[in-house]
Design a protein around this ligand. Structure first.
Ligand SMILES: Nc1nc2c(ncn2[C@@H]2O[C@H](COP(=O)(O)OP(=O)(O)OP(=O)(O)O)[C@@H](O)[C@H]2O)c(=O)[nH]1
Ligand SMILES: [Mg+2]
Length: 465
């Protein structure tokens, strides 16, 4: 249990009004020490919960501010503890004075995310909901707001908890069988278990696959710009971002590290990733950069392979084997750049170089990044390649990497359960796989999450939340 009472300024600087939150067993009594209600004879501690009391904050005999105090009593507050919120005038001097008074009278300054952490520890919300609070505060578009809101309202964790409880039932039955192993009994109906496993597999599968959509909405659709050195990748990045972000030069190997930024095109957020050009090199730093190029290629949904039109044939021949197989499941756009340096009738021959590429997921285009020729056509191609579904508040979409990882592991475990049932493995192995699945599902709601992970989650919140 948390014994200390915490306080923090909850509003951003510069507003007309500032709010200080106090939470913990002494919240009301400490606030009473510095606050006098305007109406004589009224004591803050005697107020009913969910009331506002008008009055003044005093430092000894000196009035610091006229304020409103809202009162909440445990367990019916955000944190689940006794709490007050002092609404003052927004001067940072006043807010600091009130904070000092609270601390002088026994409060401690809150850590980042400590209110939400207490809410989680007091069972007011599960961990995935707590994490959504941070997303909600950070949401910067209608789509990210919608996602955070749906997760905060319970999202998928409730559905998962129900399924988890059913699984728990089954394991206890199977484990009971083990106690009677000599008698060859089956308490757990295997076909019912199979049905449940299939249901869980479907739910988790859907969630795992929603992550790429969630991630694209939250962080932008990842578009990797790759290709040989000097093909014009950084030039294109600058065109797409409409800013001189990356250094461009005619020296091969100019870009050595990954450079990325987001840009909204036609309502879709793209994350453009410029990479180190691929070539044979003895330079250690450059090799490390090229390694990252391939990592980014693997993480991308859309790959822009920049090819210098002037020596396209050799570039395509040299890199096809390295690039094309890695683009499976992605959308590949071969961008013939420097089209200003070739003549029109060469284009057909260049297009023919792609005849063995998978047709349904490959497109190509001729542009001049330097002269911004045909680049708006490329943008249109990107929009149609992104084909993001629109998300409503009721859609369940995973946006959090921690959830994604736990779900992926739960999915592996449930696959093992399904296989185990098919091959009639013994109860003890079966229950081990079920237990593992249960563990990962519980991790999402924070039921088995270890302290270090928890600390890491909450320290990324702002103070006052
Ligand atoms: N003629 C012409 N030159 C271009 C075009 N696009 C880029 N260039 C030139 O090609 C050279 C290389 O451009 P970068 O954008 O630095 O190429 P890069 O692919 O990022 O190269 P690395 O970072 O070394 O891998 C520069 O001199 C650019 O000005 C184009 O469309 N036409
Ligand atoms: Mg570059």
């Amino acid at each position: 249990m948390n014994q200390d009472t915490i306080c923090a300024i909850a509003t951003a600087q510069g507003g007309a009004i500032g709010s200080i939150r106090v939470s913990g067993p002494e919240a009301i009594s400490i606030t009473s020490l510095i606050f006098k209600p305007a109406k004589a004879g009224k004591l803050l501690s005697e107020q009913k919960p969910y009331t506002l009391t008008f009055g003044r904050i005093y430092d000894g005999n000196e009035i610091i501010d006229e304020v409103l105090v809202s009162l909440f009593r445990a367990p019916h507050s955000y944190t689940g503890e006794d709490s007050t919120e002092i609404t003052c005038h927004g001067s940072s001097y006043i807010l600091q004075q009130v904070m000092q008074l609270l601390i002088k009278n026994g409060c401690r300054m809150a850590q980042p995310g400590e209110y939400t952490q207490r809410a989680f520890l007091n069972g007011k919300m599960d961990l995935s909901q707590a994490e959504a609070v941070a997303d909600l505060i950070a949401s910067s578009s209608a789509a990210t707001h919608r996602l955070a809101m749906s997760q905060m309202r319970g999202g998928f964790s409730k559905e998962l908890t129900d399924l988890r409880n059913k699984l728990l039932n089954f394991t206890s039955m199977i484990e009971l069988e083990l106690d009677f192993s000599e008698e060859d009994v089956e308490f757990a109906d295997r076909s019912a278990l199979r049905k449940l496993a299939d249901e869980i597999e479907q739910v988790i599968f859907r969630l795992v696959h929603s992550f790429s959509v969630g991630n694209a909405i939250k962080n932008g659709v990842p578009v990797a710009i790759i290709g040989e050195t000097n093909a014009g990748k950084s030039t294109l990045l600058n065109v797409l971002l409409n800013e001189d972000k990356a250094i461009v030069s005619d020296i091969h190997g100019t870009t050595r590290d990954v450079i990325e930024d987001t840009m909204n095109i036609g309502g879709i957020t793209f994350r453009f990733i410029d990479t180190a050009g691929i070539r044979e090199t003895n330079d250690t730093i450059e090799s490390l950069g090229i390694e990252r190029t391939f990592q980014k290629l693997d993480q991308a949904e859309i790959v822009l392979w920049m090819v210098d039109s002037v020596n396209a044939a050799s570039q395509i021949e040299q890199l096809s084997e390295k690039i094309v197989p890695r683009c499976e499941g992605k959308y590949l756009i071969v961008v013939f750049n420097k089209a200003d340096l070739i003549v029109e009738n060469q284009k057909e021959d260049l297009s023919a170089l792609l005849k063995d590429f998978p047709k349904e997921s490959t497109e190509h285009i001729f542009i001049s990044a330097k002269q911004r020729e045909n680049t708006s056509e490329l943008q249109k191609m990107l929009i149609s390649a992104a084909h993001l579904p629109t998300v409503t508040q009721n859609d369940i979409i995973v946006t959090n990497v921690r959830h994604y990882e736990a779900l992926s592991k739960a999915l592996e475990a449930i696959h093992r359960v399904q296989d185990g049932l098919d091959s009639h493995i013994s109860g003890d192995f079966l229950s081990q796989d079920i237990r593992e699945c249960i563990f990962f599902i519980s991790d999402i709601a924070g039921e088995v999450t270890n302290d270090m992970v928890l600390q890491n989650i909450f320290q990324h919140f702002c103070i006052g939340k």
